[in-house]
Design a protein around this ligand. Structure first.
Ligand code: ZN
Length: 376
């Protein structure tokens, strides 16, 4: 099977492919349906699409898969949804399992090849319990070099946005700080056009998903949520990341999943993490349920200092290009190429390993949660 089989080039192509899968899902759940809601104005036609089906006899397990929280990462997410529907749905016990498969939580971002929403918000920093505590807050490392992160002028030339920015970042930050920017940036809730902006209030896509999610889990004993991302973690690896609200230790999780790339996120300095928020909400509202949330992170870039700088540099340039533009076409092309390399590589080998590792990850999680009924 060619490596590109599951991967689309545009948001609309990806969405059409997902919508077509409803008929396949109906083979197992005849009452399955497609729910669609708009994000932004109807004319823009950016929708979040959900294939939903409820357990036929007894509402025990609920599998939720979300994709495209970071718009552009939705292409990898969509590939994983296709894989899941084709290879894993047939093996699931339809009598006791329900599904909610979510295509593009942030469809505007996916259509426009950005991570953020139309309001420049990183949705994974937007799930805030108490807005009064964070509005106006800016991480100290970020504040120290604010003018790098908040764009003021168009991009000049390739040299200044690559080599010169590279050495400036190298001087300004420690390796540890650069690693945080790559995988766990703290975010900021002040500068609307800045990188890593978490917003000053709930953004529409987060609001829409949150209210549905809490209704979906209501009927089920065991909600299992897998949230698909790309760009973070070690290159060409799939890292499975559990939240702090998970009671098992990292070692225990590795053992339970028989998978070595398992982590628990330690997010003391991070506000607005969506998976942590949802898992804690479910635990608080429904203490009797066994809720499990796992983020799939498909790595694209290495962990050397140069690689870390590449990631921050690319985030800064892409954001500056969006708000201020570039004086030259070649700069625009370079920045877009770097951004694709970071979040949606076109390399055939990368796409092939997403499918191979995706299978390993889905199997590890489903098996450890006793959901898969036959081995694939
Ligand atoms: Zn992401």
């Amino acid at each position: 099977m060619p490596g590109n089989y599951y991967f689309s080039n545009t948001y609309e192509e990806s969405r059409a492919g997902f919508r077509e899968k409803l008929s396949e899902v109906k083979r197992y759940w005849p009452d399955a349906g497609l729910e669609t809601y708009y994000i932004g104005s109807r004319e823009d036609d950016n929708t979040t699409d959900i294939i939903a089906a409820d357990a036929i006899e007894e509402t025990k397990d609920l599998i939720i898969i979300t994709t495209g929280e970071h718009g552009v990462e939705g292409f990898t997410g969509s590939a994983v949804l296709q894989l899941f529907i084709e290879e894993y749905l047939p093996e699931i016990n339809h009598k006791t399992t329900g599904i909610r498969l979510v295509h593009a939580v942030n469809p505007w971002g996916m259509r426009n090849f950005r991570r953020v929403t139309e309001s420049n918000i990183d949705l994974n920093r937007n799930y805030i319990k108490n807005w009064g505590e964070v509005t106006g807050s800016v991480d100290q490392t970020y504040a120290r070099e604010k003018e790098l992160f908040v764009p003021a002028e168009p991009l000049e030339n390739v040299r200044s946005c690559k080599e010169e920015l590279h050495s400036r970042l190298n001087e300004a930050f420690t390796t540890e700080e650069l690693a945080d920017f790559k995988d766990t940036p703290s975010g900021q809730h002040e500068y609307r056009t800045g990188v890593f902006y978490g917003g000053k209030d709930w953004d529409e896509p987060a609001q829409e998903l949150k209210s549905r999610y809490l209704n979906w889990v209501r009927e089920y004993d065991h909600p299992l949520h897998m949230d698909i991302h790309s760009g973070g973690g070690p290159k060409d690896e799939l890292t499975l990341i559990f939240t702090e609200a998970e009671s098992r230790s990292e070692d225990r999780l590795q053992e339970d999943l028989s998978y070595s790339h398992v982590m628990k996120s330690a997010s003391e300095d991070i506000y607005g993490d969506s998976n942590l928020y949802m898992q804690e909400r479910v635990q608080e509202d429904f203490p009797g349920k066994k809720t499990v949330v796992c983020l799939f992170e498909f790595g694209t870039i290495g962990e050397s200092v140069n690689d870390l700088i590449f990631c921050t540099r690319t985030m800064i340039n892409e954001n500056r290009l969006y708000f201020q533009g570039a004086r030259k076409k070649e700069v625009r092309e370079e920045v877009n190429m770097d951004f694709a390399r970071l979040f949606y590589p076109s390399r055939e080998e990368w796409r092939k390993q997403v499918i191979d590792k995706g299978r390993e990850g889905l199997e590890a999680v489903l098996r450890s949660e006793n959901i898969q009924v036959e081995s694939g």
